[in-house]
Design a binder for this molecule. Structure first.
Ligand SMILES: Nc1ncnc2c1ncn2[C@@H]1O[C@H](COP(=O)(O)OP(=O)(O)OP(=O)(O)O)[C@@H](O)[C@H]1O
Ligand SMILES: [Mg+2]
Length: 279
């Protein structure tokens, strides 16, 4: 009952961290009440989701991209991961939970490009209201990978977002490298780690040459895991997105190795199965 009481306390205005910490304890001890999915519950009841990966080989993996801060690169990261996956022959689906439909509009542009260049990998995208996240998760029965893009205003639908995070194999939290970014994303990361949800910051628009770089990295590492691959400020990212493409579409792109490394990290962390011929 401790977790349920904690959730009720949170609904009645108590601090989220206290409520969620107790909820995590409850979830570890009982069947899943957040996701109604026993196999995924197992992934969060043990360190790192290894059990779930062994127990549910047939189910597609879920990579969720969520950050309370707007404009930090959520949709961009989503696009690049989807293209990396599609290029390796992985059956993937982008799920667009953002009412602004950035990912859906990108997909429409991509489909137009594919009419002229059919060799451009197909990346299906499904637009779903955040409230219907459970329906979106059912797609894991049809594809090997869901990459889910979320709106910036996750506080507005906090319960749904957190339940969705609990059902993901990994939650990626893109962030810029400024103090404002740190202020915004660290409480969110504390919430995720407090609820035992596998998660990782991804530093975007990183510039190793500036003095603040190491200080910001240290602040992020103090609260959560940090993806060892960071994304630099790159014109290619927004220029390619405007054409329905992403950097991994270009084998010879300047940053191709960065995106290959990022994809390799996500494959390992989320337990994504890569077809033998592509590995
Ligand atoms: N590393 C980068 N280098 C250059 N441009 C970038 C980079 N990352 C993102 N952008 C550009 O910045 C803009 C915002 O990025 P994006 O849409 O991915 O952020 P978001 O977090 O999804 O935003 P929102 O919160 O509004 O959904 C886009 O035009 C994108 O192309
Ligand atoms: Mg977006």
């Amino acid at each position: 009952m401790r977790g349920r009481r904690a959730l009720a306390r949170w609904h009645h205005g108590e601090p989220r961290s206290a409520a969620i910490g107790a909820a995590a304890v409850f979830r570890r001890k009982t069947a899943c009440w957040l996701t109604c999915d026993a196999q995924r519950c197992a992934s969060h009841a043990t360190d790192g989701g290894q059990v779930a990966r062994k127990q549910s080989p047939a189910r597609g993996r879920v990579v969720l991209i969520a950050s309370p801060k707007g404009g930090v690169g959520k949709s961009s990261l989503c696009r690049s991961l989807l293209v990396s996956a599609a290029r390796q022959g992985i059956r993937c689906l982008g799920v667009d939970l953002d009412p602004q439909q950035t990912l859906t509009k990108w997909h429409a542009r991509r489909e137009r490009v594919r009419q002229t260049y059919p060799e451009c990998s197909e990346v299906p995208v499904l637009a779903v209201p955040l409230a219907d996240w459970r329906a979106a998760l059912k797609e894991t029965g049809n594809v090997d990978l869901l990459v889910i893009d979320t709106p910036p205003s996750i506080e507005a639908q906090y319960g749904a977002t957190l339940s969705l995070c609990a059902a993901a194999d990994i939650v990626l939290v893109p962030t810029g490298a400024t103090q404002d970014d740190v202020d915004s994303v660290t409480p969110w990361m504390r919430t995720l780690t407090g609820a035992d949800i596998r998660s990782s910051f991804v530093l975007n628009r990183a510039n190793r040459r500036v003095r603040s770089y190491e200080a910001i990295r240290t602040k992020l590492l103090q609260v959560g895991a940090l993806c060892p691959v960071e994304i630099p400020l790159l014109e290619d990212i927004h220029v390619s997105a405007g054409k329905g493409l992403a950097v991994p579409d270009f084998v010879k792109a300047k940053a191709a190795e960065t995106f290959d490394a990022l994809w390799a990290y996500v494959v390992r962390e989320a337990g994504i199965r890569v077809p033998a011929k592509a590995a």
